[in-house]
Design a binder for this molecule. Sequence first.
Ligand SMILES: NC(=O)C1=CN([C@@H]2O[C@H](COP(=O)(O)OP(=O)(O)OC[C@H]3O[C@@H](n4cnc5c(N)ncnc54)[C@H](O)[C@@H]3O)[C@@H](O)[C@H]2O)C=CC1
Ligand SMILES: O=C(O)CCC(=O)C(=O)O
Length: 421
Amino acid sequence: MQTLTLEQETNPWEAQAARFDFAAKKLNLDQGIWKVLRQPTREIIIHIPVGMDDGSIEVFTGYRVQHSAARGPGKGGIRYSPDVSLDEVRALASWMTWKCAVVNIPFGGAKGGVICDPKKMSQGELERLTRRYTAELIEFLGPEKDVPAPDMGTDEQTMAWIMDTYSMHMRQTVNAVVTGKPVNLGGSRGRKEATGRGVSVVCDEALKQLGMSPQGTKVIVQGFGNVGSNTAKHLAEKGYTIIGIAEYDGGLFNAKGIDIAALTAHRKEAGTITGFRGAEAANSSELITQPCDILIPAAMENVITSRNADKLRCRILCEGANGPTTPIADEILGDKRVFIIPDILANAGGVTTSYFEWVQDRMGYFWTEPEVNQRLDHIMSTSFHDVIAYSKTHNVNNRIAAYMLAIDRVAYTTKQRGMYA
Ligand SMILES: NC(=O)C1=CN([C@@H]2O[C@H](COP(=O)(O)OP(=O)(O)OC[C@H]3O[C@@H](n4cnc5c(N)ncnc54)[C@H](O)[C@@H]3O)[C@@H](O)[C@H]2O)C=CC1
Ligand SMILES: O=C(O)CCC(=O)C(=O)O
């Protein structure tokens, strides 16, 4: 793999491009298609004026990047965070293209982001920001064009505001313009928990692959937001032992297992996981290097780099977050024979249930939660085995196998459509 400087190592776009180039070379990808898929189709930058609660006006910078529409409308979340950058949103948009192709759903890839700190903004400020962001993007969004969803810092309420703003402009209710909405507005049952549920399904499959079982399998999860908390919940329900949870303001450790339902109740009341009596307080950055069977980064990018990869003591690394591991760290973990379940496979449960939501909205008929979950479990386990089979046939690691499988599918459609004429 190409050698990267430290600065490039933690640039998500460079990390994505390094994996893309490596996989494309292995595929012997046509040079022209390579050039087409290496860049996003469209990058939109907007500056969003928002009236703040104190009477001042603030201007926020936002992005929507559409990487590919070869296999269907753009699909991907919107992130509200102070760390958002164009390179990050570019990478996230490309990962959406590959992710949707890995699980074989008819979407391309897109992603959005706004540089802001949602933790420091009121609901009113967030609503005004979201509505103006949506209005600025109105001609680029739509059920057949580009369908946003929640990501870090955004939730069901954000999606409800986007749906309403889009619908006001269209003069009719268009619920299929976003997914991850509240169920009473056309959201899918199961979407809120879907990413974490999907992570638990690929963990099950990895254990079978390695001759292990959930009972006695020790797990550490980084991040207790949507993905982390639901992953922990589903794994605990299946009999895994969650021994550690790392959050930005502190971690928790209990060798006998943390009661996830009790921790969720504590977090709801206290607004933080810290102070929970059912575990010892632990240093978050040290937690991820503690011995465990499965480590699940489910918070953010670049948490596993050349600086700490050699210290990891897990058998399986299952990426709930997007881009938690840098390419250099991949090589180190490869030498340590860590079994990696790459992000574009591991966390695809969210977008898969988003696909179900879009389908249900468009037909106006809604499935029960067991129906949604059964379909999700089937796609996640089938996709896991597709990636493993690809890795064996092509003698590459799981991450490169996932990229190759995805690039192959997107390249095929791009070529068949003649998306360069
Ligand atoms: N929400 C979804 O359906 C999907 C999310 N993802 C990815 O999963 C990751 C997490 O997303 P969500 O759970 O939706 O976001 P979220 O905002 O609900 O949760 C993120 C959590 O990580 C914590 N966190 C932030 N910095 C941290 C640090 N340095 N150490 C430990 N914890 C930290 C936050 O406090 C928060 O609890 C992101 O990479 C996102 O792109 C991927 C697929 C789908
Ligand atoms: O549900 C979706 O459409 C996208 C979720 C997302 O942003 C992701 O998978 O990274």
